[in-house]
Ligand binder design. Sequence first.
Ligand SMILES: O=P(O)(O)OC[C@H]1O[C@](O)(COP(=O)(O)O)[C@@H](O)[C@@H]1O
Ligand SMILES: [Mg+2]
Ligand SMILES: [Mg+2]
Length: 333
Amino acid sequence: MKTLDEFIVEKQAEYPNAKGELSSILAAIRLVAKIIHRDINRAGLTDDIIGLSGEENVQGESQMKLDIFAHEKMKKALLARGEVAGFASEEEENIVIFDNEHARNAKYVVLADPLDGSSNIDVNVAVGTIFSIYRRVTPVGEPVTLEDFLQEGHKQVAAGYVVYGSSTMLVYTTGNGTNGFTYDPSLGTFCLSHPDIKIPEQGYIYSVNEGQYIKFPQGVKRYIKYCQEDVPAEKRPYSARYVGSLVSDFHRNMLKGGIYLYPKSTHYPNGKLRLLYEGNPMAFLAEQAGGLATNGEQRILEIKATELHQRVPLFVGSAKMMEKLHSFLAEDQ
Ligand SMILES: O=P(O)(O)OC[C@H]1O[C@](O)(COP(=O)(O)O)[C@@H](O)[C@@H]1O
Ligand SMILES: [Mg+2]
Ligand SMILES: [Mg+2]
């Protein structure tokens, strides 16, 4: 079976001018995934990993110890490779400029949600890591600026996630389809297990935090009621599945077909999820697998970010389900 390493080398060979920088960044992320995999697996055995850190992130959310651990590991691994000019993460208020000569001459910046779904760690439920890679827009040789990170999602060079589930999987795209690799811990290797993933056009699962229903916009409420109607010929009612880790909910819907909804609400007027390191990478992966991703009005990948930690309503999944959702949202307007 083809390993992730072999796959990356093979893909790089398709671009004769490629110097291997992107491959090196992906290798760094692969290493971080292995480290987090190892530490999550012993999370219940050590107080260093589980529980709250006592700190809050820029969004006022409590940071778990593993949030900070994953963030630090990622930052170090990317800095060590020297192919990344700067890094931004959910766990750090400002962009991190890698200020050494090699990094200043690097072409790429990386954004990440180092540990997604962290409230699930202590209860043994799957969590993930999300990443997004851009080519910088400022001149090489100078320190990167915020502008390099606030690019529209369609400019992503690569994006992906790792899901630490019943097995650990790394799924990524460089704009040429979406491929999934399963980790074999005995070999320490990711192997291509899910080549060219395609989201079924029509799924029968909807994923939303329904406890917040009362706070959702009318169109979303009516779509949820549509999902619950008894229409056996259309396999409705659909099944409700919600883990509460975006990576896990997204991954399931990618493979089985489904729709994930995190709308704006009276509680979160702009949605909860973050555009740059949650919305954009998932939208890129979904589109590359034949799915759709919007904020209800616009393609996620066309939204121009104005802030690093900007939130966005996120609807993503099977094309036909997304079209149906949009018809309900349109009636609202
Ligand atoms: O508990 P809620 O409001 O449904 O939110 C769940 C969402 O929040 C998140 O946990 C946010 O991610 P972080 O754990 O990285 O902050 C998503 O993974 C998830 O989909
Ligand atoms: Mg997250
Ligand atoms: Mg997180």
